[in-house]
Design a protein around this ligand. Sequence first.
Ligand SMILES: Cc1ncc(COP(=O)(O)O)c(C=O)c1O
Length: 432
Amino acid sequence: MATLYERSLNVLPPVAARATKLGVTEGEGCYLIGEDGERYLDFAAGVAVANCGHNNPQIVAAIEKQLHKLVHGGHNVVYYPAYIELAEKLTARVGKVGEYKVYFSNSGAEANEGAVKLALSVTKRPGIIAFNSSFHGRTLLTASMTASSAAYRKNYEAVLPTVYHVDFPDVYNTTLSADEEIERCLKQLDLLFHNVIVPERVACIVVEPVQGEGGYLPAPAKFLEKLRKICTDNGILLVFDEIQTGFGRTGRLFAKDVYGVQPDIMTLAKGIANGIPLSAVVGKTEYMDQWLPGAHGGTFGGNPLACAAGIEVLKIMDEDFLENVRIIGTYFRQELEKLHQQFPNVISSVRGIGLMNACEFRSVSKEPLTQLVADIREKALAKNLILLNCGVNHNVIRLIPPLVVTKEEINQSIAIIKSSIEQSLEKEAVAK
Ligand SMILES: Cc1ncc(COP(=O)(O)O)c(C=O)c1O
């Protein structure tokens, strides 16, 4: 019988590149069940989405309950309880009572579109600043900001002309000290303001607190603090894209709480409803109240099923849950550090916060080991472990299991990664 992959070749275009050829039929906790009947340890979590575990029974029950009440009302038409309840619960977790309001949409890119439209609309300024190696989505506005691969922009280069890019600090691949690296990036921002666009014409600075696709690079705290100050001093809105960092991934509900820096606008998606499409623009009330009727909208945003799931996600992610993410995340990094020590000639760094971790692969002469990473992922998949890469050179393995992952599952993944590295290095040695 043809596999799902084989059948897909007749009906699906190649455009949505898939990380594997694996067909799956079910999900349970940290596992996906393959069409081959095998159980796969899923350290991709649908790209940081199934944070509460695949088919979390509590969330499934809430969706089922909602299913029998209302499937679609339309947030441009009516109000319904799940939408309002999620808005109340979510804004209460972002700031003080009344400090933020929320607009729901469907995907991460759509939330980023909304956030930037909000900033343009409120400030009446045209400039948008984003960072090199960032990822903000693939719609034309968000592709204008995304700068983690020219492949995402190829043939669409006529993107928004008012988006400007500066470097994001990478303290792992530089001979500069952390402070010097931060200064280097801030200097680029200064030059941009001096040579290209004055700060009074900039609506927003959009930044991922931890760059995701760009290579799992946590921003140095000082960098985000400086951006906050530059924005405040110049009337620029600071937008945190927390689409990948949000919903417990960093061991806090949002990465902003790891850093103690409050954005003016924050975008959320991925883990927000554990797999039901939902995203959100959370903005300071003073700006949200100036976003006038008709300036934004959509048919499906804040669907009742998605909101019911979102309410349950917030119930699950209490302080104990998040503390466990921090504990297990630290354990994972310690185990990854051991791998780093065992393979110092190919692993150049281990980094991350909470359960948003990564290993970068570079040769002794610092060349990115792109093919080695592809080989390791393939070998790990053959041992039933799903891994994703990231980084502008695809030479970083990101490790993003569901946040309910156990120590045993982490040990299992480490053993598989270790033996996959060994096999891949043996293969290279034979090829030489
Ligand atoms: C930081 C970040 N922003 C935006 C997006 C786009 O989200 P979506 O694919 O839901 O449009 C992603 C997706 O990977 C992301 O990681």
